[in-house]
Each structure stands twice: as C-alpha cells, then as structure tokens.
Design a protein around this ligand. Structure first.
Ligand code: JHZ
Length: 402
C-alpha cells in the first residue's frame, strides 16, 4: 500500500490485529451476518503518517459512518464539560463576536456547538446530527470534503473559526479533507483540531483505539506535513488528557508566528519507539483472557461497562465471547439491546445483578464511570496500559509492567 498523504510505498508494520468487523457495526440480532476485515497498521517512513492498511478491506467510509452510527458524544458528561471549557477559552482567545462564523466538522449530537454564543453551524453525516438539531444546533448532513467546502464558501461564506475534534483520524482522503479547511477559512481565520496523540497510543499501549474507522494515528510531525501541503500552518499546540492523551492543534494560513509549544512536541515525538508495540499489546490481551478465565474457574461473575468501539477491538483481538463475558452495560439508547460486532455480546441498559467484577472498556472515562458506579460492591477492572483492579476506595491490585 502507498501512503495516503505522500504516496510513499509502505513497508513497516506497527501492529497486526487479525481480522474483525467494523467496530461500530452493532448487530440487531444474533442471526445477522457480518464481514470480518483484516486490521493492520503501517508506518510511513517518509512523512510519518501511521495508517490502517486499507488495501486489506473494501469498506467505503460511508459504510463505516452509516446513518445509524451509534456514537453520541454527549453520553460522557466529562467530554461535554471539556467542550464547554473549550468554547469559553476559544471565544475569549480569538475575540469571537456576533460577526464571527464558526463551523464544526463532525459536530455529532451538538455536544460542543450547544455552548457557542456566536453564529455557528455543524457538519455531521450520521444521524447523531438529528440530536444536535433538537438542541437548536444547525447541522448539515454531509461528509466534509474540499468540494463541500467550495459550496459552503459560496453559500454561507468563510469561517473565522473551524473545529474538528476526533475527526482527522476518520477520513480516508486526509489531504482533500484538510484542503477543505484551507478553502473555507478566512485569511485571518483559525482552525483547531483535537486528536489522540500517537505518542501516548504507543507509550500507553492503547492498541484498542485501532479500528477500521480510524484511518490514521496522528502525530504533530505527520499533521504538520499534511497541513503544509494544503496551505495551513500550525502555530500552537496543547497537550490534553482526553482520550488517554490528545493534542489540540491550532492552525491558520501562516499569519501567526509559531509558538514554542510546537518545537517542544516535535522534539518529544523524536523518541517514539515503535518496536515493541505488538508484544505489549499481546501482553494486554493475555492478561485480559487470563483474568476472565480465572474469574470463570473461581465462579466469579463478570460484566462489562461501556460498549466503546475500543472495547470491541480488545474483545475481538482476544477472541472473547459471551461465555466469558455475558453482557456489557451502556447508557447509549442506540446501542442497548444490540450485540457487539464480532463478539456478539449483548449490550444491556442495566446490570442484571451486582457482578463481582466490572470490566471498564472505555478506560479514558474511568474516573467518571467509577464515580457513577462507585456505590456498587463490585471491583472495577481495566487492562490498558496494564491490568488494574480497583474498588470504590481506589486501586488495590496493579499488574504494571510498562
Ligand atoms: P468512548 C470514541 O471512541 C469515538 P470509543 C470515536 N470513534 C473516536 O475517535 C474516539 O473516541 C477518540 C459509554 N458510556 O468515548 C458510551 C456510558 O454508557 O471511549 C460509549 O458507548 N456511560 C469518534 O467508542 C462508551 O461508554 C458513561 O457514563 O472507544 C464510551 O466510548 C460513559 C462515560 C460512557 O469511545
């Protein structure tokens, strides 16, 4: 396969996770058929874009982001709060007022734009956009491309601020997507992008964030190469704790001087060590299977919490099925009553009883989930980066090796 940014021939494999169905393709019934596609990640040694090997599957992105895409950003109160703080900060920093236009790409259910007090609209191809409309957030039901940007420029005019949170990873044609920002931004406009940082994906063995829906695993180095080729330059970057360690990148059309934050992150990225990633992921997988088997042999009950896409990667790479984990509880109505892709474990609205152990799949929301479930007598287990067992008083068993 050739690099989706620079067309360089890709040879280096970061990780091979076998084959599984798309991670958000929840099943309506156990008799439904599903396709499994190989999931392998390659590294471009020319521009450093780390990318899913799309030569191994034939899925179009419109098959991954279907109308019934079940990820609703507002289910996590912490994430909504993060969005609220961003809106306050960005409004002040760039002096947004009633004459400023903000456009969010991948605006989902309006979790962020609901806080904007200045003119704005969202672009969201999935049905989650209907929820945004219920919140009074204007939402266009489209995929964002450079052609869309040309059209939007003509009809709605250029933007002062453009936002894309956790969207860059989801686009197959990343050059065209970024070109769209270049087209639609005012000459003094600013675009901000948040994405899980490759540095932490590798350091923190976050291999479960790899799924077909994510075409790219991003570093500042790769992003700056892509942006430069499409007429955007990065002038500031912040490290965030969200999603296990993310970056928020600020870009414009070259007007603002580059802040020292940029060189600092680029320097850190020089130390990324790709070599032991597969072995570290395999240790997590072995711990996961070992834990579930031990619990089963000891007659303990186990349930999952959070039918996250990342949970499906862990479950499918580990080959775990409902004999070892009978159900997963999730607060998202669109997932409840359905079956997880691949493992075919049922998603429930409520816990059937008080399990001895609750496996938290979205470890990125662990604090929020523990606060919510802390009244339960269960023990809470996470596997990334290491097996950790906690009760409401805190961690009492840690299998740290990293
Ligand atoms: P969560 C997401 O991945 C979505 P996922 C996306 N694919 C992306 O790119 C990455 O983040 C970065 C449930 N839950 O956020 C909701 C509760 O039920 O880790 C979700 O199903 N109650 C765009 O899918 C899941 O857990 C709660 O109180 O891995 C969380 O999934 C909380 C906090 C969560 O996303």
């Amino acid at each position: 396969m050739r690099c989706r940014h620079c067309n360089h021939q890709l040879e280096k494999v970061l990780i091979d996770l076998g084959a599984c169905p798309p991670s958000n393709a929840y099943l309506h019934s156990l008799t439904e058929r599903e396709e499994h596609y190989p999931l392998r990640v390659l590294i471009c040694e020319n521009c450093w874009l780390v990318q899913t090997d799309i030569s191994l599957f034939t899925l179009g992105y419109d098959e991954l982001f279907t109308k019934d895409y079940p990820y609703f950003s507002s289910v996590s109160a912490d994430w909504v709060n993060h969005a609220k703080k961003y809106v306050e900060k960005i409004t002040e920093r760039f002096g947004l007022d009633q004459d400023s236009l903000t456009i969010e790409v991948g605006s989902n259910d309006g979790y962020l734009l609901q806080f904007m007090k200045t003119p704005c609209y969202g672009i969201e191809p999935t049905m989650t956009g209907e929820k945004a409309k219920e919140k009074g957030v204007m939402s266009c039901s489209n995929f964002f491309t450079s052609a869309f940007a040309e059209n939007a420029l003509h009809f709605q005019g250029p933007a002062d601020l453009m936002i894309a949170n956790n969207v860059l990873a989801h686009v197959p044609n990343i050059n065209d997507f970024v070109r769209g920002f270049s087209i639609l931004l005012k000459s003094d406009g600013v675009a901000t992008f948040e994405f899980p940082h490759l540095l932490h994906l590798i350091d923190g063995t976050q291999f479960d964030t790899i799924y077909h829906e994510h075409y790219s695993y991003l570093s500042l180095t790769a992003i700056m190469n892509i942006f430069k080729s499409q007429g955007l330059s990065v002038f500031d970057v912040e490290e965030l704790e969200t999603h296990g360690g993310s970056l928020r990148v600020y870009a414009d059309k070259g007007l603002r001087p580059e802040e020292s934050s940029v060189a600092k992150i680029l320097e850190k990225e020089k130390d990324i060590d790709y070599t032991a990633f597969q072995a570290k992921a395999d240790r997590v997988k072995n711990d996961f299977i070992g834990f579930l088997l031990r619990a089963k042999i000891e007659g303990k009950t186990v349930a999952g919490f959070g039918a996250a896409a990342k949970g499906n990667t862990l479950l499918n790479y580990s080959g775990v099925r409902s004999d070892l984990l009978p159900y997963v509880e999730d607060d998202t109505p669109a997932k409840q009553g359905k079956f997880l892709p691949g493992s075919r474990i049922i998603v429930r609205k409520e816990f059937a009883d008080v399990p001895d152990y609750v496996v938290i799949f979205p470890w990125n929301h662990k604090a929020e989930i523990m606060a919510k479930l802390g009244h339960m007598k269960s023990k809470f287990v996470t596997f990334i980066p290491d097996l950790e067992i906690a009760n409401s008083q805190g961690v009492y068993w840690y299998g740290g090796r990293h």
